[in-house]
Design a protein around this ligand. Structure first.
Ligand code: RIB
Ligand code: CA
Length: 314
């Protein structure tokens, strides 16, 4: 089965690895890369998405630029300390000369959903402002797409930006609240699975050996990212968060989910917390009347990384 997807992204080093996985996998058809601010400003995210298409020889894939700011509050502080000044670990890859699609990311998402009703899976691996904006442009979006999967949140584990919040949700908590509250059941691939599936730096060396072009890019760009994640650790480690929702599309048997009602905190102290209550765990209407989410809470680590390696090797 071929999965038509739109990949909403803030590339970003783990975004890059995920995007190449999607380009490589025969059962995934990427209709477009819609970019959003998050790891880096949105203009850089858009340029970086064009670069990734160039590296992969996929200049056929449209790239759009989307929201530059959180739904509420000041401009993001970005995560150059994780992804480098250029978003790719300071490898300073030559910029693309290709033009962006003239549409804003949200409009592109709505146009494609209307063009392919019921066929597209939205995969969001950055903050959720474009998805929220698309819901405002087209309130029937949930009826027009096949589904939505996101990398983000932390259902039953601590956050990575604050003790309670994961970066993508923390970066735009109000947009996330709009997205989770819409009339669909989001598949949420949060830190519950991505932080509990570390990989050692040898993984990127294997990707480079299997695929010198795409794996080689990931290997080069990841050194800065690996150094960030390896601080205060005895051994070097790396986390490729963003590839998890894509892997689940083509290998659902590798994942387990916990279904529950979800609330998103938007107050200052708990901003970006994704609070999930499985059925029967509370009688509070604040949760029992809230939307449902499918939170990924289990993953077969070894099989997952073998899937990444096998897909890069194709
Ligand atoms: O918390 C990890 C997420 O935040 C990933 O999507 C990473 O790219 C950053 O955007
Ligand atoms: Ca990302």
């Amino acid at each position: 089965m071929t999965h038509k997807i739109i990949l909403d992204t803030d590339p970003g080093i783990d975004d890059a690895m995920a995007i190449f996985f999607a380009f490589q996998h025969p059962d995934i058809e990427v209709l477009g890369l819609t970019t959003v601010y998050g790891n880096i400003p949105v203009a850089m995210a858009a340029r970086n998405a064009l670069t990734l298409c160039d590296v992969a020889g996929r200049q056929d894939i449209p790239v759009t630029k989307g929201v530059a700011m959180p739904w509420v509050g000041p401009e993001s502080e970005y995560a150059h300390f994780v992804h480098g000044d250029d978003g790719f670990g300071n490898i300073n890859y030559p910029p693309s000369t290709r033009e962006l699609d003239s549409r804003d990311s949200a409009q592109f998402i709505v146009d494609k959903a209307r063009q392919h009703p019921g066929e597209i899976t939205l995969v969001a691996i950055g903050p959720l402002g474009n998805i929220a904006m698309a819901l405002r442009l087209e309130p029937d979006l949930p009826k027009l797409v096949k589904g939505i999967s996101i990398m983000g949140g932390a259902a039953f584990v601590p956050g990575n930006v604050t003790p309670v919040a994961e970066a993508n949700i923390w970066n735009d908590a109000h947009a996330a609240d709009i997205v989770f509250s819409a009339d669909w059941e989001v598949k949420m691939f949060g830190l519950d699975v991505t932080l509990f599936a570390p990989t050692d730096p040898e993984f990127v060396n294997i990707l480079a050996a299997k695929n010198p072009t795409l794996g080689g890019f990931v290997q080069q760009a990841s050194q800065f990212y690996i150094d960030f994640y390896s601080q205060n650790r005895d051994e070097k480690v790396c986390f490729f968060h963003d590839a998890f929702p894509l892997a689940q599309l083509v290998a659902p048997e590798l994942f387990e989910f916990t279904r529950g009602n979800i609330r998103i905190s938007t107050d200052d102290l708990n901003r970006g917390q994704t609070i999930v209550a499985p059925p029967g765990t509370t009688a509070s209407p604040l949760w029992t009347e809230a939307p449902f989410v499918q939170a990924a809470t289990g993953v077969k680590h070894d099989e997952l990384f073998q899937l990444f390696i096998d897909t890069y090797a194709l």
